[in-house]
Design a protein around this ligand. Sequence first.
Ligand SMILES: [Zn+2]
Length: 243
Amino acid sequence: MSDIHEVAHADVLAIAAHRDDIEQTCGGTLLRMAARGLRTAILDLTRGEAGTRGTAEERGREAAEAAKLLGVGWRDALDLPDGAIENTFDNRVKIARVLRQLRPRVVILPYWQARHPDHAIVATLGYEACFLAGLKKIETGTEPFRPFKIVYASLYADVRPSFIVDITPFVERRHEALMAYKSQYANQSSGGSLFVPLEEIRERTFAEARHYGLLAGVQYGEPFVQKEVGLIDDLTLLPVQSI
Ligand SMILES: [Zn+2]
């Protein structure tokens, strides 16, 4: 069993379609939250059985290794079909059960427009699961619970982020976590034409992080969209210089 269950509750839960999505889109943010003393968790919805490279078991071991590198106290994977995730009642209940168990204040979901259909569906499926988790009439054997905040990791979306998380001190560690998926990222012959060489992955992911960092005046950053408008107490404490 490769899953990690060190914490009973989480402050921040990141939900994604595939193992290694989190490492790419918000791994630095989870590292930053863990460094602040928050309890972080990851729920992958599929196990990667449809992938060109590696088995689901291999990916499970790699996901556990990546979770350790990210300082995540809880990680598990559901058994939704890879490449064919659907927003069904049963799938919403499966996620709601995890939400009620971990009781996260913040949930990170993928952005709702995406090239991969699984990613787009998870944005809606995850949101509706958060809603359903708060309904008393849905019986899961655990208390109803609804997270306070949902934010969308928008790294791969063509959209202006609502805010950036500064991941500068964590960008190398984030890269190590992504590289833990050796079945996916080690240079190898199987699926060679579909997969990007290692050096290219480093350059791309660092360039993306640099781009989003620059938007907020820091070196490396990860972008997020929130649907709600921001609320401010003190104008003099607003971050990011204007001129
Ligand atoms: Zn994915």
